[in-house]
Design a protein around this ligand. Structure first.
Ligand SMILES: Nc1ncnc2c1ncn2[C@@H]1O[C@H](COP(=O)(O)OP(=O)(O)OP(=O)(O)O)[C@@H](O)[C@H]1O
Ligand SMILES: [Mg+2]
Length: 262
């Protein structure tokens, strides 16, 4: 039975999509069977994994219609993708009047659960119905935090949403952890913010810190995870390390050490 992790933070540009792609690819390279689901109408996860826009089969049709989730193979073995495009923005409105509107993704994922070890869901920078569907479907939430002055701003809203969902729609939802992203060790500010975040979230913060690394920003325009684009980059090493830490914390033994080489 797979573990379902929603990657979420309603603050924009904190590394949700970069983390989803590269953590998923690193888990897949450690021989885990992984599915990623794009719940963001921006479709960055989809394009970042090399899928062109304009497919008729996206998560949108499944969410608002009777279709099953469309599952595509990616350039990485054992890594599958449920794509999205801008039409998904319509679902935020269309879902409002539908039955069990917060449960639709959960119901769609259920038949897929035993095919994967991990299912990662990328969410948009908002706390609307798309994010809610992801949080209801998930076992845990992984929160990327950008190491900058305003990192903790708005986090109260996310924590309030999580506790509301915990009381009502998904009582077993847990925090998988907090990942510090885009860390630049040149500034004292990054170190200070990282310290504050560790004080606040304590052991929930992953030891692995994702550095600011230009390869991570370049890889999506080639439609590749960084492990295939530049396996020797610091960004690739960091996400391999994050994947190992996540596997260890989950008591899973990597089936094969994640190769940093493609
Ligand atoms: N560690 C990093 N080093 C350098 N650039 C990064 C890093 N992580 C992310 N980026 C870049 O920063 C930008 C924002 O990252 P990303 O798209 O992953 O954030 P997001 O939280 O998914 O954004 P949104 O809220 O819009 O969905 C992207 O251009 C991405 O390539
Ligand atoms: Mg994103």
């Amino acid at each position: 039975m797979s573990k379902i992790i929603a990657v979420s933070n309603q603050k924009g540009g904190v590394g949700k999509t970069t983390t989803t792609i590269n953590l998923a690819a690193s888990l897949a390279m450690a021989d885990q069977r992984v599915l990623v689901i794009d719940m963001d109408p921006q479709g960055n996860l989809t394009s970042g994994l090399g899928q062109k826009a304009g497919s008729e089969h996206t998560v949108y049709e499944a969410l608002v219609g009777a279709a099953e989730l469309p599952v595509l193979q990616t350039a990485v073995d054992h890594l599958h993708l449920v794509p999205a495009d801008r039409h998904l923005a319509g679902a935020e409105v269309e879902l409002v009047t539908m039955d069990a509107r917060e449960q639709r993704l959960k119901r769609l994922i259920t038949p897929l659960r035993d095919r994967y070890d991990f299912i990662l869901i990328d969410t948009p920078p908002s706390l609307g119905l798309l994010t809610l569907n992801a949080l209801v479907a998930a076992d845990t939430v992984l929160i990327p935090l950008h190491c900058e002055y305003f990192a903790l701003e708005g986090l109260a809203d996310l924590m309030a949403t999580l506790s509301r969902i915990g009381q009502d729609l998904n009582p077993t939802l847990d925090v998988e952890g907090v990942v510090l992203t885009m860390y630049g060790d040149r500034t004292n500010l990054g170190a200070q913010v990282a310290r504050e975040i560790r004080e606040f979230f304590e052991s929930k913060v992953f030891d692995t810190v994702i550095p600011r690394n230009v390869r991570l920003a370049e890889a999506p325009s080639h439609g590749l995870p960084v492990l295939l684009y530049d396996p020797r980059s610091r960004g690739a090493e960091a996400y391999v390390s994050l994947a190992h830490e996540l596997l260890t914390r989950n008591g899973a033994v990597p089936r094969r050490a994640a190769a940093t080489k493609a």
